[in-house]
Design a protein around this ligand. Structure first.
Ligand SMILES: NC(=O)C1=CN([C@@H]2O[C@H](COP(=O)(O)OP(=O)(O)OC[C@H]3O[C@@H](n4cnc5c(N)ncnc54)[C@H](O)[C@@H]3O)[C@@H](O)[C@H]2O)C=CC1
Ligand SMILES: CC(=O)[C@](C)(O)C(=O)O
Ligand SMILES: [Mg+2]
Ligand SMILES: [Mg+2]
Length: 347
């Protein structure tokens, strides 16, 4: 474990230096890794593990997603199976169905979790909220998670570019005495850059907060707020969109990713630096109460309950798509589509 100073707090981090891919291959050499679910994380993790030389099969119910797996090169009857056949063959079961679907499928999955097998998650949801999900693994299996801190789509794209996302990892149950090394090996195998340790509760509560907050929900909220104020004051859609989203994603956020917020500021005008340094605190003061309310809703399990209730409904995808369509068809994101079409690389 490398000791890394995170702003004055020293944390243990697993890097690929002390746990190289070859070691992961050795640890997993006798495993059949069954990726159950080929939605977003499934493809990214399964393809990366296959390219990393691990023995991977996919379990996916028939339909559009199954067809996608075939198109990705998984071979029916050889590396692609219906879910129960994959569960039978797998020695490490990667439970990558949607969190709501994991509840419905659990009685089936549990039947195939025989002694010594491993149950792998990429989210602490199912285990942490076991009173709601019913997901209680048998005592004689290993249970652990590796949670890529990003979309499965990015996990695969970065892997193909020779890069990787960071992942958290956690051990919930170690029946064999080898859960930790298998978990870390899996995290390296799916394409993680470095690993930070957590537990199932902290993973799910931080993740539910992040996706409702700065990673997805709050971002849309502040984009919409600024866009509307600019439009209400007579700015054109293109000017409002460029000043709210396009400049951030194309110019400034990549600078933050490269070398931090102060460096991005320093690469802007002194006029902008003065203003940003004057205004970030009022925005923090205005939004911190909302983040506190969000975290409370996560902590009281209200967010988990809402997610389970709504995403367990038969038409959950139809309803999600209807709300995504509303976003897509909003003036701001319609203006965005036009701006994206004008990007120089598109010509
Ligand atoms: N989407 C992402 O990039 C990330 C997801 N995760 C976690 O990874 C796990 C998988 O997430 P996603 O790939 O987003 O899942 P998803 O929502 O894309 O669903 C995965 C698969 O579940 C299948 N499925 C849905 N309902 C089913 C049912 N009733 N019976 C059988 N199969 C069903 C679908 O066919 C789909 O292929 C979840 O625990 C999630 O929290 C973690 C990090 C990022
Ligand atoms: C991509 C990711 O990490 C999320 C936002 O937590 C998720 O997709 O659940
Ligand atoms: Mg996440
Ligand atoms: Mg999440």
């Amino acid at each position: 474990m490398a000791k890394i100073n995170f702003g004055g707090v020293v944390e243990d981090v697993v890097t690929r230096e002390e746990f190289p891919l070859e070691k992961a291959r050795q640890v997993l050499a006798n495993e059949t890794i069954a990726v159950i679910g080929y939605g977003v994380q499934g493809p990214g993790q399964a393809l990366n593990m296959k390219d990393n030389g691990l023995n991977v099969i996919v379990g996916q119910r028939k339909g559009k997603t199954y067809d996608k797996a075939v198109a990705d090169g998984w071979v029916p009857g050889q590396t692609l199976f219906e879910i129960e056949e994959a569960l039978e063959k797998g020695t490490i079961i990667c439970y990558l169905l949607s969190d709501a679907a994991q509840i419905e499928m659990w009685p089936t999955v549990k039947k195939y979790l025989t002694a010594g097998k491993s149950l792998y998650f990429s989210h602490g949801f199912g285990i942490t909220y076991k009173e709601k999900t019913g997901i209680v693994p048998p005592a004689d299996v290993d249970v652990f998670l590796a949670a890529p801190k990003g979309s499965g789509t990015s996990l695969r794209r970065l892997f193909v570019e020779g890069k990787g996302l960071n992942s958290s990892f956690a051990i919930y149950q170690d029946a064999t005495g080898k859960a930790r090394e298998k978990c870390i090996a899996m995290a390296i195998g799916v394409g993680s850059g470095y690993l930070f340790e957590t537990d199932f509760y902290k993973e799910v509560t931080s993740d539910l907060t992040g996706e409702r907050g700065t990673l997805m929900g709050a971002i849309q909220g502040i984009f919409a707020a600024q866009y509307e104020v600019l439009r209400e004051n007579g700015h054109s859609p293109s000017e409002a969109f460029n000043e709210t989203v396009e400049e951030l994603t194309q110019s400034l956020m990549p600078l933050v990713a490269e070398n931090g917020m102060d460096w991005m500021y320093a690469n802007c005008s002194t006029t902008a630096q003065r203003g940003a340094l004057d205004w970030w605190r009022p925005f923090k003061d205005a939004t911190k109460p909302v983040f506190a309310k969000l975290y409370d809703s996560v902590k009281t399990q209200a967010e988990a309950a809402r997610s389970i209730d709504l995403n367990s409904q038969a038409d959950y995808r139809v309803k999600l798509e209807a709300e995504l369509k509303e976003l897509r068809e909003s003036e701001m994101w319609q203006a965005g589509a036009a701006v994206r079409s004008l990007r120089p690389e598109r010509n």
